[in-house]
Design a protein around this ligand. Structure first.
Ligand SMILES: [Ca+2]
Length: 179
């Protein structure tokens, strides 16, 4: 019931990665161990330096209430990847207010996590040499654009979670209930 309440109140929003329209070297993979039965995999080369428009995909998300949300994801690295390889994307919420370390930031940022074997709940941005959770403020209810772009090869994204009025541990717990 707690999960249903969080979703209905708009405090918790799930965005399945496989619902993004495919573009560039992103591929949809079917898998029973992922939420919604599928995930996205980036089959392109590494794009560590800058965002490549060819691999940028945009999804419209509906935000029921104004507010500031923390952005986490469930991701997985291929099992034979080195520890910090195949673990990141570029992310941008162009028409909302993005914040890292409490400061307003703009454009795309590196967004990363670490998890092997299973899809792990995590997600931070790197701004220069600083690391931070990503927070996004939506000034009013409505439809906003969420963009991701390929950064490291073979990275797997199951879904994103946007949440407010709860801790990350609460969000992780609710995410585990809704596989
Ligand atoms: Ca999924």
């Amino acid at each position: 019931m707690k999960l249903q309440k969080a979703v209905e109140s708009g405090d918790l929003i799930f965005v399945e990665a496989e619902d993004f329209p495919l573009r560039g070297d992103w591929a949809k993979m079917q898998s029973t161990d992922s939420s919604g039965g599928a995930y996205l995999q980036f089959n392109g080369k590494n794009h560590y330096k800058s965002v490549d428009e060819k691999h940028t995909i945009t999804q419209e998300i509906t935000i029921p209430q104004a507010g500031s949300y923390t952005v986490k994801w469930c991701m997985r690295q291929p099992s034979d990847a080195e520890g910090d390889k195949s673990n990141d994307i570029w992310i941008c919420f162009a028409d909302a207010i993005q914040k890292g370390k409490g400061k307003e930031i703009t454009g795309f940022h590196k967004y990363y996590g670490r998890s092997k074997q299973t899809f792990g709940f995590n997600g931070s941005i790197e701004m220069g040499h600083e690391h931070s959770w990503l927070s996004v403020k939506f000034p009013k209810p409505g439809v906003y654009e969420m963009q991701i772009s390929g950064r490291s090869e073979l990275l797997q994204v199951d879904r994103f979670l946007l949440f407010k009025n709860m801790s990350a541990d609460d969000a992780r717990e609710l995410a585990e209930i809704r596989r």
